[in-house]
Design a protein around this ligand. Structure first.
Ligand code: ATP
Length: 493
């Protein structure tokens, strides 16, 4: 059998574009340029563009493979890899829609991995195209991973502003690296060593971004069971470190053994033990943890081993770590509250999450897109009339220059407020309110009750949850809620 087929110069040029496009980060401008080049048309978008590219890929591939008779491995040198990538891309196109349906079904199902009815057909196609049984399974896993990453990064985060596109591009690179050829060769199985550090104001979507990374990890396909090894709904665990008192935090992270301390009436599994082998842990508010906890976390990140409190057993952690903070890292480091070694272990991929005002100032459609999403989420489906009303109230009550200090979370509360009161007057100027509080203290004109209520209210406006206010003030969440209610009553008087 002749094994030295070659592409001619013109074909090689096209197949190089194809290979570059197959590996390009879909959120970078270059990716769209390559798609236009392949489609031979600058105007179509979305599915039409993808369809045109598929048609051209099929045409080129049919030509060079003589309608599938000459497989990729019979080409020589660089051409072999180029035809291989084109073959993989063509098969990928066959299963995109099927994977999208599977993802939607899995989101609605419990944590049991869904049966994949089309797996047999696609695996057969891969094997018939010359891929080994092992590689076919691997590529099938990549296809699913690519669709999940697209689904969670593109659809999970609303808004088309430049800062948001940049964030999506960074999230994609956090999942697949910026060297997809290396990802395909080896890195796909070594991503547990790559952590991501999300920084940004409260309510900007750091948790949503972390979930997109966590749910897009590689999950192998189990051919015997006909499903993927685990459900992506199950492989992302988040823990807000500011919610736990120092005495409980280690137990929440690493677990504890029965009798390890007063109140440890049973064995308890911490998040590191709960995280599945292909999963991720999201450590939110990492800037709030104490130095001793930082030391322990650093040890897990470096050695991957940990022991539950009161136990000598050494457990192994396989997953990935995503961290986030809304505090200024520089300030925490300057104040010695964030260890340098801990920082350097986390700093390889620091991803800034843009504020809502940055997004709105770069793209005026972002506000209405996010409002449409939020209104739809609250009322259970698209509601264009209601959206129009909400937009009018926001324009009238807070105006286009409003700073949205609570970001997207505040926007969601604004919609709820408008649905109830027909108004939204913003959260006021937090800085001024704090100044006025300290002025009232200077003048000795404020009672302790009022002081606590106004302070809690201000924190609530910034952070949006009673738990967060409780964590900052050291109050019990119910007490924090009581103070916030008192502040609202006082304001309405
Ligand atoms: N770009 C976005 N598209 C859609 N929803 C978003 C977006 N950004 C944030 N949200 C929504 O805003 C709310 C707050 O987001 P999230 O909890 O991820 O913010 P955060 O930055 O982690 O906040 P914090 O620092 O207070 O923990 C969530 O309901 C989330 O779904």
């Amino acid at each position: 059998m002749r094994n030295q087929y070659r592409l001619d110069q013109k074909e090689r040029k096209i197949f190089r574009v194809l290979a570059e496009s197959a590996f390009a980060n879909p959120f970078d401008a270059r990716s769209l340029q390559l798609m236009y080049k392949l489609a031979g048309d600058r105007y179509p978008a979305g599915d039409i563009l993808a369809g045109k590219v598929f048609a051209r890929v099929t045409k080129y591939l049919d030509r060079v493979s003589q309608d599938g008779r000459i497989k990729w491995y019979r080409f020589a040198g660089e051409d072999r890899d180029l035809v291989r990538i084109a073959t993989l891309r063509q098969i990928y196109h066959h299963c995109c829609v099927k994977f999208d349906d599977l993802i939607r079904l899995q989101v609605q199902t419990d944590h049991t991995p869904c049966h994949v009815p089309f797996a047999g057909d696609i695996l057969r196609l891969l094997r018939q195209s010359g891929f080994s049984a092992e590689d076919s399974l691997l590529y099938f896993g990549f296809y699913y991973q690519l669709r999940r990453a697209w689904y969670f990064i593109n659809q999970g985060l609303i808004g088309q502003s430049k800062p948001m596109e940049k964030l999506r591009s960074r999230l994609w690179a956090s999942v697949f690296t910026s060297y997809p050829d290396w990802y395909e060769k080896t890195l796909w199985s070594r991503m547990e060593d790559f952590s991501t550090f999300l920084i940004g104001e409260t309510g900007t979507g750091k948790g949503t971004a972390a979930a997109a990374i966590g749910r897009s990890g590689f999950i192998p396909f189990d051919e015997n069971k006909g499903c993927f090894a685990e459900s992506f709904t199950h492989n992302f665990i988040e823990i807000n470190l500011s919610q736990f008192p120092e005495s409980l935090i280690e137990s929440e992270l690493f677990g504890h053994k029965k009798g390890a301390f007063t109140g440890a009436v049973d064995n308890h599994q911490g998040v590191f033990a709960l995280c599945s082998p292909h999963g991720s842990i999201f450590l939110d508010e990492i800037g709030d943890v104490s130095i001793p906890v930082q030391i322990k976390l650093l040890k897990v990140l470096e050695e991957r081993r940990f022991s539950p409190v009161g136990d000598h057993a050494k457990l192994y952690f396989h997953g990935r770590v995503v961290t986030a903070t809304n505090r200024s890292l520089e300030q925490l480091r300057e104040e010695g509250r964030f260890r340098e070694d801990f920082y350097y272990r986390l700093c390889s991929n620091v991803v800034p999450v843009p504020t809502l005002r940055e997004q709105i100032s770069s793209d005026e459609k972002t506000l209405s897109a996010l409002l449409a999403h939020t209104v739809g989420k609250i009322v259970g489906g698209p509601a264009p009339d209601l959206l129009q009303t909400v937009l009018e109230v926001i324009t009238k009550d807070v105006g286009p220059g409003y700073r949205w200090p609570g970001n997207v979370r505040e926007l969601e509360q604004a919609v709820r407020s408008i649905l109830i009161t027909r108004h939204y007057h913003g959260t006021g100027d937090g800085g001024k309110e704090m100044d006025s509080l300290s002025g009232a203290m200077q003048n000795e004109s404020v009672s302790v009750g009022e002081l606590v209520s106004r302070y809690c209210m201000e924190l609530y406006k910034r952070h949006g949850t009673f738990e967060k206010v409780a964590a900052i003030t050291g109050l019990d969440p119910r007490t924090a809620k009581k103070h916030i209610r008192a502040a609202i009553r006082d304001r309405e008087k």
